[in-house]
Design a binder for this molecule. Structure first.
Ligand code: SAM
Length: 288
């Protein structure tokens, strides 16, 4: 419980995106100590509470109720209460109504504490194997094909991995649109992360569009598109040569290593060959 009338604050608590074991000790303490927890779907949060024996009162705070509830939540915080905020999964404020409450607290100069933890964005980005030197998070893809295409056109030249949430029902059509707008890109679909049926499907956008065409997809999905290839910082000659050397040291033949690196980095084999060769000329001298 809050200990004094001026100690009120909003505590933003990241919760698991599937596996209930992925919750931090600080989040569990904060949820136990809060005067109230605001949750998108209280039934979803109840499962977390039951697993960890938490009995803090739960109140609904979702897309429908957020606007009407914010003034009262601000009053409660200003009056000294500690209000915890969770979403159905992951970090509140990322594509859910949490960001509005945080903004309202900031506007009202009320304290906000964020307890970090899982987010589908970062989990999918790292699992994809795509470059992480820069990424663009676009939230949910627009539903209207025209808007979606305009968005892709505006992002086409960005030297960053693109990360989008998408509904499983629209996944196939989104992948087809990505393939026609950004042909040849490396990409990934990350589905049901941290859950029993978790999968990360990687390939070119065309391969993924084929793989998901006509497939009934269930669960939660993140779509990722790698940056334009070529002379970007993500595929420097040094990087390519180093990647080949690592595979060779792990026991792969040099020609297979060149093939694998070319495929996984989405660059022509001849470029990887030249990079690895130049490196060898400068160094070890083994032939390909
Ligand atoms: N705030 C959350 C976060 O930080 O991860 C995201 C909330 S957003 C309303 C829900 C979307 O996140 C889903 O439609 C899906 O795109 C993605 N997502 C959530 N959990 C996921 C999971 N286990 N695997 C893949 N995607 C997931």
């Amino acid at each position: 419980m809050a200990t004094s009338r001026d100690a009120g604050r909003l505590v933003v608590c990241a919760t698991p995106i599937g596996n209930l074991g992925d919750v931090t000790l600080r989040v569990l303490d904060a949820l136990r100590d809060a005067d109230v927890t605001l949750a998108e779907d209280t039934r979803v949060t109840k499962r977390l509470f039951e697993r960890y024996g938490i009995d803090t009162p739960l109140e609904r705070f979702d897309e429908e109720t957020a606007r009407a509830k914010i003034p009262r939540v601000l009053e409660r915080i200003a009056g000294g209460e500690t209000v915890a905020l969770v979403s159905d999964a992951g970090t509140p404020g990322i594509s859910d109504p949490g960001s509005r409450l945080v903004a309202a607290c900031v506007d009202a100069e009320l304290p906000v504490e964020v307890l970090p933890g899982p987010s589908a964005v970062i989990t999918a980005l790292v699992a994809s194997g795509l470059p992480t030197h820069a990424f663009y998070f676009g939230g949910f893809l627009p539903r209207k094909p025209g808007e979606r295409e305009r968005l892709f056109a505006s992002l086409r030249d960005l030297d960053a991995t693109l990360v989008f949430f998408e509904s499983p029902r629209r996944l196939a059509s989104a992948l087809a649109a990505i393939a026609s707008s950004m042909p040849g890109r490396r990409a990934a679909v990350a589905r049901e992360l941290t859950k029993v049926h978790a999968e990360v499907v990687r390939g070119t956008v065309e391969e993924l569009a084929d793989a998901f065409a006509g497939r009934e997809v269930k669960g939660e999905v993140v779509v990722l598109v790698g940056p334009p290839t070529g002379e970007s910082a993500t595929a420097s000659d040094e990087d390519l040569a180093r990647a080949v050397e690592e595979l060779v040291r792990a026991g792969m033949s040099r020609s297979d290593a060149v093939k694998n690196v070319a495929r996984s980095r989405g660059v022509p084999k001849s470029r990887v060959y030249d990079a690895a060769h130049a490196d060898m000329d400068a160094g070890t001298g083994e032939t390909i």
